[in-house]
Design a protein around this ligand. Structure first.
Ligand code: ADP
Length: 541
C-alpha cells in the first residue's frame, strides 16, 4: 500500500473549543437560571472558564482516564464540563437525573466516578443514595443559592464558583490523542442493566462534523440552538459541540422544562434550531393552543428518541409554520444516525406525501452505514416493505460496551452493531422504524407495529398520547392493547370510536383488542413510553 502524505492531525475536542473561541469569541451561551433570570456570557468567557475548570479538576486529583460524573440540567456549567473534563484527559460521565436510585448508584459505582458535579437544585436526589456511592471522592455543587446550602453528602463537598475563583486561567490541554476516552453515557436501561457507551475524542469530533453537515442537522453560525434534549441524554445529541464548532449561539433552558417556559424562550431568544423528544413537542403543541406564541423563528425542530407522529409533524408545519426534522439515533451512536429531510425528487410531490416522507426516521447521514438483516443474519433488500433488524457501523458507533461483565450479542462478528430496531428502508434510503424488537406485537406469526398504531391513534383529536403493547393471547400468542391518554380539552374518546378511526387505516387483524383510558403513560428516564411498566401493569395473563 502506498501511504498518503497528509498530517496525522489528532481529532480531539479541545480543537473544537479552540476553533470556536478563535472565530466566534463574541457568540453567546444563555442559560435560564433556577430563579428564572437569564444568565449570558460569551464563547470567550466559556473558553476561559473551561481552562479554569481544568485546573480545578487537577486540584481535585483528577487524572487522565478518570471518570467525572455530572448530575445537572442543561446549563452553562454543564457545557463547561463537556469541554473541561475531556480537556483534562478525563471522561465526562453524564448521569441521568430521572433514573431510579438503584440504577443511579449502579451506574456511578460501575463507572467508578471519582468526582461528581451536581446542580444544587438536584441535590436531594443524590443525597438519597449518598451511603451507596462511597467511592466518590468529591462532590462539587453549582447553582448554590445565596447563603449556602446544607447537605448530608458524605465525603468532601465543594462550591463550584469558589473553586473556579481560586483557579488559574492558564492551562495546557492534557489530551493524549484522538483515541483517548472523553465521554461516557449509559443507556437508560429499558432493556435490562444500563450499559455504557464510552466515546473517544475522535468519535465525538467526527460526530460533531457529521452532524454539522448540511444533509444532517446542519447547524451554522446563523443559528440559535436550544437543546431541550437533556445533556444527560446521549450528550444532548452532540449539540453543544456542534454549536461551538460553527459559532451558533446556545440557549439552555436549565430546569425550566415546562412547555410554556420552553415556548417563551424560543420566542424571546429567536431560537432557530430546537431539539427534543416527541413528548416535549407534543406537550408544547397542546400548550400553544391555550397560550399562543409565535415560534416560527424555528427553522428546524429536531425530534428523535422515539417516533414523532406524522399528525404532529403536519400540525407543527401547518399551524405553527415550523419545519420538523425527524431524526433517529442511539446512545451507542453518539447518537446521530439518520435524519429525514426532503430530497429534490420529493419536492414536486403533493404536501401530504411530503409529510409521509418526513414522518420516516430518514436516511443515514454520511459517516453511518446501515443494513437490515433477517433472523438468520441474512441481508434484506431496501424495498420499503421488507422488515428486518437494523444494523449500523461507522466511526461514531460503539464497538463494545464499557466494562461489560459476561457476553453481549449486540455486536456481530463482522463488525456491525445490532440496534434492536426493526425497520424497513426504501430504495432511496429512507428508514422507517416499525418497532423495537422486544416491543413488536407478534400475532399469529405476523408482526404488528406498535409504533404505527400509536402514531395513528395520536392523530385522533381527542387523544393526547397512546401506547400500544402486546398482551398474551391463547390463540394468536399476542394481541395489541392500546393505552390512551385523552386530551384535557375534550371528552374522552370511546373505544368504539377509536376502533372506527383506525379501521380504514390498518388491516383488521392489527386493530387493538382493547383501548384503555388512563391519565398518564409512564415514561422512561429519557422520556419514552415505558412499555416494561405498561406490560407489568396490563399484560399479565
Ligand atoms: P434507551 O435505550 O436508553 O432508550 P436511546 O436514547 O439510546 O436510549 O434509545 C435509542 C432507541 O430509541 C432506538 O434504538 C430507537 O428504538 C428509539 N428511537 C430513537 N429515535 C427514534 C425515532 N426518531 N423514532 C422512533 N424510535 C426512535
Amino acid at each position: 500500500m502506498l501511504s498518503g502524505l497528509m498530517m496525522n492531525y489528532q481529532l480531539t475536542i479541545d480543537r473544537i473549543l479552540e476553533h470556536g473561541n478563535r472565530l466566534y469569541p463574541y457568540k453567546q451561551v444563555k442559560t435560564k437560571l433556577p430563579d428564572g433570570t437569564l444568565h449570558k456570557y460569551s464563547y470567550r468567557d466559556l473558553f476561559r472558564r473551561v481552562k479554569r475548570l481544568c485546573n480545578v479538576l487537577e486540584g481535585l486529583g483528577v487524572q487522565p482516564g478518570d471518570r467525572v460524573g455530572t448530575f445537572a440540567w442543561n446549563n452553562s456549567q454543564h457545557v463547561e464540563l463537556y469541554f473541561a473534563v475531556p480537556g483534562a484527559g478525563a471522561v465526562v460521565h453524564t448521569l441521568n437525573i430521572r433514573l431510579f436510585t438503584d440504577q443511579l448508584s449502579y451506574i456511578i459505582n460501575h463507572a467508578e466516578d471519582k468526582v461528581i458535579f451536581i446542580d444544587a437544585t438536584l441535590l436531594p436526589l443524590i443525597e438519597g443514595l449518598a451511603d451507596r456511592i462511597g467511592g466518590v471522592e468529591h462532590f462539587v455543587l453549582f447553582n448554590v443559592p445565596h447563603g449556602g446550602i446544607e447537605t448530608k453528602l458524605l465525603g468532601r463537598v465543594h462550591d463550584y464558583e469558589t473553586l473556579m475563583a481560586a483557579a488559574d486561567e492558564e492551562y495546557t490541554w492534557r489530551v493524549e490523542g484522538e483515541n483517548q476516552a472523553m465521554g461516557l453515557c449509559y443507556t437508560s436501561g429499558t432493556t435490562g442493566h444500563p450499559k455504557g457507551s464510552l466515546y473517544s475524542h475522535r468519535s465525538m469530533y467526527l460526530h460533531t462534523v457529521g452532524s454539522c453537515q448540511a444533509a444532517a442537522v446542519g447547524v451554522t453560525e446563523n443559528d440559535v440552538v436550544m437543546p431541550v434534549v437533556p445533556q444527560f441524554h446521549a450528550m444532548a445529541w452532540g449539540l453543544p459541540y456542534a454549536a461551538v464548532n460553527v459559532g451558533a449561539d446556545l440557549v439552555l433552558p436549565g430546569p425550566h422544562m415546562q412547555p410554556s417556559a420552553l415556548a417563551e424562550m424560543i420566542e424571546t431568544e429567536r431560537v432557530t434550531v430546537a431539539a427534543g423528544v416527541p413528548t416535549i413537542w407534543n406537550g408544547m403543541y397542546h400548550d400553544l393552543k391555550q397560550n399562543p406564541r409565535d415560534i416560527s423563528c424555528i427553522r428546524a425542530l429536531v425530534v428523535g428518541g422515539s417516533a414523532m407522529p406524522r399528525s404532529l409533524i403536519e400540525a407543527y408545519e401547518k399551524e405553527l409554520h415550523v419545519n420538523v426534522v425527524h431524526a433517529w439515533g442511539m446512545t451507542e451512536m453518539s447518537p446521530l444516525g439518520t435524519v429525514s429531510k426532503l430530497l429534490t425528487h420529493h419536492m414536486d410531490r403533493p404536501q401530504d406525501q411530503q409529510w409521509d416522507v418526513k414522518a420516516r426516521q430518514g436516511y443515514p447521514i454520511s459517516g453511518v452505514e446501515m443494513r437490515i438483516v433477517n433472523e438468520e443474519g441474512r441481508e434484506l433488500p431496501w424495498d420499503g416493505t421488507t422488515m428486518g433488524e437494523l444494523q449500523v457501523r461507522g466511526p461514531w458507533v460503539a464497538r463494545a460496551y464499557y466494562r461489560l461483565d459476561g457476553g453481549d450479542d449486540s455486536f456481530t462478528e463482522d463488525g456491525w452493531f445490532r440496534t434492536g430496531d426493526v425497520v424497513t428502508i426504501t430504495e432511496d434510503g429512507f428508514m422507517t422504524i416499525t418497532d423495537r424488537t422486544k416491543d413488536l406485537v407478534k400475532s399469529g406469526g405476523e408482526w404488528i407495529s406498535s409504533v404505527e398504531l400509536e402514531n395513528l391513534l395520536m392523530a385522533h383529536p381527542q387523544v393526547l398520547e397512546a401506547a400500544v403493547i402486546a398482551v398474551p393471547h391463547e390463540r394468536w400468542q399476542e394481541r395489541p392493547l392500546a393505552v390512551v391518554v385523552p386530551t384535557l380539552a375534550s371528552e374522552p374518546p370511546r373505544a368504539v370510536e377509536l376502533r372506527r378511526f383506525l379501521e380504514p387505516q390498518v388491516a383488521s387483524w392489527w386493530l387493538p383488542d382493547d383501548f384503555l383510558l388512563t391519565d398518564q403513560i409512564p415514561k422512561t428516564g429519557t422520556g419514552k413510553f415505558d412499555k416494561k411498566v405498561l406490560r407489568e401493569r396490563y399484560a399479565r395473563t
